[in-house]
Design a protein around this ligand. Sequence first.
Ligand SMILES: *[C@@H]1O[C@H](CO)[C@@H](O)[C@H](O)[C@H]1NC(C)=O
Ligand SMILES: *[C@@H]1O[C@H](CO)[C@@H](O)[C@H](O)[C@H]1NC(C)=O
Length: 337
Amino acid sequence: MNFGGTLRVNKFACFTLAFVLFLIIYWRSGGPGYPTDTSDLVNIKSLLNAAIYAAERGGVKVIEGRNHGAKVHTKGKTKEGANDPVTDADYASHCVMYYTLRNAFPKIAIVSEENLDGDDECQNQDPIDVESPPQGQQIINYLSDEHVLAKDVTVWIDPLDATQEYTEGLYSFVTTMVCVAINGVPIVGVIHYPFPPTTYWGWLMKRTSSNIPKVLYKEDSKNNPKVVVSRSHPGKVAEMAKNAFGTKTTITNSAGAGDKFISIVNGTHDVYLHETAIKKWDLCAGHAILKTNNGTVTTTKGGKIDYTSGSNVVVTDGILATLYDHHYYLGKLKGSV
Ligand SMILES: *[C@@H]1O[C@H](CO)[C@@H](O)[C@H](O)[C@H]1NC(C)=O
Ligand SMILES: *[C@@H]1O[C@H](CO)[C@@H](O)[C@H](O)[C@H]1NC(C)=O
């Protein structure tokens, strides 16, 4: 028998156990540089669920607003002289989208196109269960959890994209959008059409909603690209596209940044080109969905777009969005100036 040896092992085991316990307690109590508790972390999967709930709730308000006759106010004119309208539906959608997310995730930064703080009715939104996907999106249950620090998250909300068209009764261009950026990079995008209710989403490196088709690469598209540009802020953009991409370029004027992104994602157009200033809540969700399908979005000068909450909300250099051949189109744009 060897009591001494056994005792030594036990002593060592006790010491190790105590040390491990100490480490755990130290970590839980917030040692330097560590999250103080798990409430400083957010699960991107839960954020995706919440983003879809929020966008779809906003869509309901947008439909109600139409039924009540869209009342138009104006925020003034854009730099290009176009009217910048806002309706009661923009505000109603903002309230439900912003506070659905704010109440579920108190610690993240949220940037919305509209602003209506201090209104109790606006703040009281029915809580959502962020653990269970919205109807029709059960596939999200099969994706893995991804935890990130709340302080690294910025959510961008567009409560009603294509307001001008909304007031004109051109409802098919209207969308509500939510985007989740992590350290300024768009990771999750949700674009919801209220008329009729349809939701598209993408989560970078994971998957897109199953209603997004896989678009095959066509070498020939470069020779006669289909380019979509803004109907309300056309600027000199059509001319710019033809100069850069050649005379066989087809230009389509369309409305709504969200809808234009979807038309790139589904292969209807090859290039979304915008020449003038544009706001980040118009871009972030489409950017995330396009990226999930290996597409690319930059400014027309090739600059990266930073979606951190403290950044300027305006992208001044315009944008170039493509599913394929981004380098080619960017090179042509640069070569033609
Ligand atoms: C692609 O998206 C555009 C814009 O929403 C839409 O007009 C078009 O019908 C869609 N096409 C397909 C094949 O889904
Ligand atoms: C994107 O690229 C990755 C890596 O090349 C590939 O595995 C994936 O299938 C692509 N996704 C799409 C939608 O084309």
